[in-house]
Design a protein around this ligand. Structure first.
Ligand SMILES: C[S@@+](CC[C@H](N)C(=O)[O-])C[C@H]1O[C@@H](n2cnc3c(N)ncnc32)[C@H](O)[C@@H]1O
Length: 204
């Protein structure tokens, strides 16, 4: 059974529910930013503190991660973060209006390292083409991974992805991104001497 999440930062949502009215929920009309797979929330609290002008939606289908994220948000004085337990694709399809997201962040998505599992990876060209429909012109797309093969793959397909401009040109990826917060999960890899691959684009 799921541990109930009673945090005021948590927005209970299920596939059968109507789309949340974001401006009512946040109490303002600020643009929306979405973090997919927020894990335990240490990235989102840093990012939301850096960008009070944005309303952050952090989603993860891992209940304990949502609870930990909520605890971090509740401990901070942030009012611009809401957490939902949801699967990215069905959540976006049901709850996000076309051309509405100002920022999309995906940090260290499950790498599915076995070759036969690679097709389970969340981020590929088809996913980004679909996601682009929910992003405003000029919206930022941030992808980070500790997994070499995933980083190189995303860097490669994004370089030819229609409708996106590379923000790191002439590089297609970098191993550091100034001002970009680091999650505990990322730090663990950095401390072990591994590199993070960052890919950063804007929707045209
Ligand atoms: C490896 S963890 C990284 C967590 C966090 N981004 C970080 O850097 O610390 C990947 C997270 O993505 C979540 N996740 C994977 N696929 C997802 C999906 N389709 N929808 C929502 N969450 C997803 C997992 O539950 C997990 O918490």
């Amino acid at each position: 059974m799921l541990i109930p999440n009673t945090s005021p930062s948590f927005l209970p949502w299920e596939d059968s529910h109507p789309a949340p009215l974001w401006s009512e929920i946040f109490g303002n009309d600020n643009p929306l930013a979405l973090e997919i797979g927020c894990g335990v929330g240490d990235f989102i609290v840093q990012m939301a503190a850096l960008h009070p002008e944005l309303n952050f939606i952090a989603i993860d289908f891992y209940n304990k991660g949502c609870i930990k994220t909520c605890k971090r948000v509740d401990k901070s004085s942030l009012t611009n973060v809401k957490i939902l337990r949801a699967e990215a694709r069905s959540f976006i399809e049901s709850c996000i209006a076309q051309n509405s997201l100002r920022k999309v962040i995906i940090n260290c998505p499950d790498p599915w390292p076995k070759l036969r599992h690679r097709k389970r990876r969340l981020v590929n060209s088809e996913f980004v083409a679909w996601l682009s429909g929910f992003m405003q012109p000029g919206a930022g797309f941030y992808f980070a991974t500790d997994f070499d093969d995933y980083g190189l793959d995303v860097a490669q397909f994004m370089a030819v992805q229609p409708g996106f401009d590379n923000q790191l040109a002439p590089d297609t990826y970098r191993h550091a991104l100034a001002g970009y917060p680091i999650s505990k999960y990322m730090k663990r890899f950095l401390d072990a001497g591994q590199q993070i691959y960052y890919v950063h684009y804007r929707k045209r």
